[in-house]
Design a protein around this ligand. Structure first.
Ligand SMILES: C[S@@+](CC[C@H](N)C(=O)[O-])C[C@H]1O[C@@H](n2cnc3c(N)ncnc32)[C@H](O)[C@@H]1O
Length: 204
């Protein structure tokens, strides 16, 4: 779908709940706040939720209509809203503590390219959370895009997972109004030493 298609969809009605996806909330709730990017942020439900928790969030999406809905919500002034194509947008290397990519579905080569770049934006120890519809959802789940070419799977995310210390790479079930949906989760950390406080020598 192009930006205009997403604009039309967002103009019709609000697409997602105002609150975060339950698994996103579960994984991120206890992380210490830092600098985060919500990539393909849509109506900004995750960016707004993170900002409420003290994160410095940049929400990126190519739908001006989707972002406008986010911008109109309480607390929106705490988020930096950027209208851009994720295939072109860039962040400085090693500048982020978290990149969240929820339900962004692109052809596989584009997904891999975007996520590889996202790993480069993370500081050592910084987190990547990718969550989206699994390819098995078409036959065995409910809702979501029906084109298998743009859906996730653990195998499809494996090249990105190989760049990370992986905590979880798996198919997960999500309760939806119409039944159980199947998603793919990648949850990992950029390798490398995390910053530690400098040791202070004690007097004997
Ligand atoms: C299913 S929505 C998910 C929105 C949000 N992450 C959430 O979970 O509520 C997918 C979003 O991806 C955005 N998107 C798709 N392709 C994009 C691209 N190439 N660049 C920027 N945004 C894109 C759409 O505009 C849409 O807002």
């Amino acid at each position: 779908m192009q930006a205009e298609d997403w604009d039309a969809r967002y103009a019709e009605q609000q697409q997602w709940s105002a609150g975060p996806n339950a698994l996103v909330a579960e994984l991120l709730a206890d992380l210490p706040p830092g600098a985060a990017v919500d990539l393909a942020a849509g109506e900004g439900r995750h960016g707004l939720w993170l900002a409420e928790r003290g994160w410095q969030v940049t929400a990126v999406d190519f739908s001006t209509t989707g972002l406008a809905r986010g911008r109109s919500r309480p607390g929106a002034d705490r988020v930096t809203w950027v209208t851009a194509d994720v295939l072109a947008w860039d962040a400085p290397a090693a500048s982020l503590d978290l990149v969240l990519v929820a339900y962004l579905h692109l052809p596989q080569a584009d997904t891999t390219a975007v996520l590889r770049r996202a790993v480069g934006w993370l500081r050592p120890g910084g987190r990547l959370l990718v969550l989206g519809h699994d390819v098995d959802n078409v036959a065995h789940g409910v809702g979501g895009p029906q084109d298998p070419a743009i859906l996730h799977s653990t195998a499809r995310l494996a090249p990105v997972a190989a760049l990370l210390e992986v905590d979880r790479l798996e198919q997960v079930r999500r309760a939806a109004p119409a039944g159980t949906a199947l998603d793919t989760l990648l949850w990992g950390r950029r390798r490398g030493p995390t910053r530690r406080p400098t040791a202070v020598a004690c007097a004997p």
